[in-house]
Design a binder for this molecule. Structure first.
Ligand code: C5P
Length: 311
C-alpha cells in the first residue's frame, strides 16, 4: 500500500443527561443519555501500510502533563487497532501517535474517542488500500466491545440520545447550538467508572422510572438546560466527597447551569441564556475560589466526533 496517514482530532464528550434505568444480567447498566461533543480534543496520527509479515501495531504518546501511556492492551487505542486487524483480517502494520490532551478519569470519554478514531481511520485505510468494506454494524459491535462510550463516537458524535448500555445512538437536531460556549472543570480526581457503578448498585439508589422527553424535532437551548441531570452524581459524590463541595460551590454562582459528566469527575457549565461570550462564561468560575484543585477549560459545542486535519 502507498503511504497512508491521517491526523485526527478526537474530541471529548459530555453527558448533559444521564439516567440509569435498569441493569442487564451481565451487570452492565441500562442508561438514557443526552450527549454532546466538545472542541477539547486529543490529536492522533495514524499511519498504515500493508504488512510484510505478521501485522504489527506500534504506539507512542506525548502528553504535556503526564508520562507516556502504555503501549499494551490496557491502552484502548492499541486494543482498537489489534482487534480491528484481527476481526476484519486486515494485514496492516499500524503506527499510532497520540497527543493526549483530554484528561483521563474525568467522564469526558477521551480514551473512547481515541479508540473510535482508530477504528474509523483503519476502516478507511482498509477500504482505500485493500478494497475491504467493513460493515457499519460490525464496526459498531467492535466499538461496543471496547467500551460503552465508543459507539457514540463511531456513530459521529454531536448531540445524540444514547441508550442501551451505550450502543443505541440517535442524532438529535440541535440547529443553532453549534459553537455555544461551555466551560469544563476537571478536578484533580480520577473517578473510576466501575466503582461508581458499583456504588450505584450497592447503595440505595433507585432506577429512573421515567425516560427524559423532548418530542420536539429540535432540541432548544432552554430544553437542553432543563434536561441537565445525572443519576451517577450521588454515588460519585459518595466515593469522592469533594465533588459534592464543587457542586455546592457552583450552586452559588449566578447565571449558570451545571452538571457532572458521565461517572465524573468533570463538571460542565453553560450560561443560563444562549450566546454568552466565552470570556463572560469563563469569568463566572473563579479558579482560585474552587473548593478542589482543578483545570478549567473553555470549549465550544461541536456537531461531530472528529476533525480530519490532513491526509
Ligand atoms: O464500557 P466501559 O469500559 O466504559 O465501562 C467501565 C465499567 O463501567 C464497566 O466494566 C461496568 O462495570 C461499568 N458500566 C456499567 N454500565 C454501563 C457502562 C459501564 O455498569 N452502561
Amino acid at each position: 500500500m502507498d503511504h497512508f496517514k491521517r491526523v485526527i482530532k478526537a474530541r471529548a464528550k459530555v453527558n448533559f443527561h444521564l439516567s440509569v434505568v435498569g441493569r442487564r444480567a451481565d451487570g452492565y447498566h441500562l442508561l438514557n443519555m443526552l450527549n454532546g461533543t466538545l472542541s477539547l480534543a486529543d490529536v492522533l496520527t495514524v499511519k498504515a501500510q500493508i504488512a510484510k509479515g505478521e501485522p504489527r501495531i506500534e504506539f507512542q504518546s506525548s502528553n504535556p502533563n503526564h508520562t507516556a501511556l502504555p503501549d499494551d492492551s490496557s491502552n484502548l487505542c492499541v486494543r482498537a487497532a489489534r482487534e480491528f486487524v484481527s476481526l476484519f483480517s486486515a494485514p496492516l502494520d499500524v503506527q499510532i501517535h497520540l497527543e493526549k490532551i483530554i484528561p483521563s478519569g474525568a467522564g469526558l470519554g477521551g480514551g473512547s474517542s481515541d479508540a473510535a478514531a482508530v477504528l474509523v481511520t483503519l476502516a478507511e485505510a482498509s477500504r482505500v488500500h485493500l478494497g475491504h468494506n467493513c460493515s457499519a454494524h460490525s464496526l459498531l459491535e467492535l466499538a461496543l466491545s471496547l467500551g460503552a462510550d465508543v459507539p457514540y463516537f463511531v456513530a459521529g458524535g454531536g448531540f445524540m440520545r444514547v441508550s442501551g448500555i451505550g450502543e443505541e445512538t440517535k442524532p438529535v437536531c440541535s440547529r443553532g447550538m453549534k459553537g455555544e460556549n461551555i466551560v469544563v472543570i476537571v478536578p484533580k480526581i480520577h473517578s473510576a467508572t466501575p466503582e461508581v457503578f458499583q456504588e450505584f448498585r450497592t447503595g440505595a439508589y433507585d432506577f429512573s422510572q421515567k425516560d427524559f422527553e423532548f418530542s420536539d424535532t429540535e432540541l432548544s437551548y432552554p430544553k437542553l438546560l432543563s434536561l441537565i441531570s445525572n443519576d451517577l452524581f450521588l454515588p460519585a459524590q459518595c466515593l469522592y466527597p469533594a465533588l459534592g463541595e464543587l457542586a455546592n460551590y457552583l450552586n452559588g454562582v449566578q447565571g449558570i447551569r451545571f452538571g457532572m459528566s458521565g461517572s465524573g469527575s468533570s463538571f460542565f457549565i453553560l450560561s443560563d441564556r444562549p450566546g454568552c461570550p466565552a470570556e463572560e462564561l469563563r469569568s463566572k468560575v473563579r479558579t482560585r475560589e474552587l473548593p478542589v484543585e482543578a483545570q478549567v477549560h473553555t470549549c465550544q459545542l461541536l456537531d461531530n466526533s472528529f476533525e480530519f486535519c490532513s491526509k
